[in-house]
Design a protein around this ligand. Structure first.
Ligand SMILES: [Zn+2]
Length: 136
């Protein structure tokens, strides 16, 4: 077992390995395969395998700089999308007790208690006061 581990380590030496883009590509492949179980589209099947081959090609690639740049490009899209999605989920979860408003001064999101009517909110980050109208 140790010998196999050593062989794998030696094989992977100088190769790129796994990153966020790899995990995203493999998860999207799994989702596409599950979706295609009912749809059974030949083209979608081929596209799924092309994505999987590309993900594996990236793992074993020796052009580490290029793979790292690809991952950075991916993260520039992925992180804001993930943050936005988590924020939306939190807004929905806390909609019974809080309202979320963006500060016009600095753009940060403020979590305000749900009190109906017009109020003045104070941004803790930049200190700007602004009007807030909570209708429901
Ligand atoms: Zn602010």
């Amino acid at each position: 077992m140790e010998k196999l581990k050593y062989r794998i380590q030696r094989f992977m030496y100088g190769r790129y390995g796994f990153d966020n883009l790899y995990y995203a590509l493999t998860i999207s492949c799994l989702v596409l395969l599950l979706l295609n179980r009912s749809a059974k589209l030949y083209a979608l099947n081929i596209a799924t395998y092309i994505i999987l081959i590309y993900a594996l090609y990236r793992v074993f690639s020796k052009n580490i700089r290029k793979r790292r740049l690809e991952n950075e490009k991916f993260l520039k899209i992925y992180i804001p999308a993930k943050t936005s999605l988590l924020m939306t989920a939190r807004r929905i979860k806390e909609s019974g007790t809080h309202r979320f408003r963006r500060c016009p001064g600095c753009g940060s999101m403020l979590r305000l208690p749900r009190k109906k009517g017009r109020h003045i909110a104070l941004c803790p980050r930049c200190g700007k006061e602004f009007d807030v109208d909570i209708k429901f």
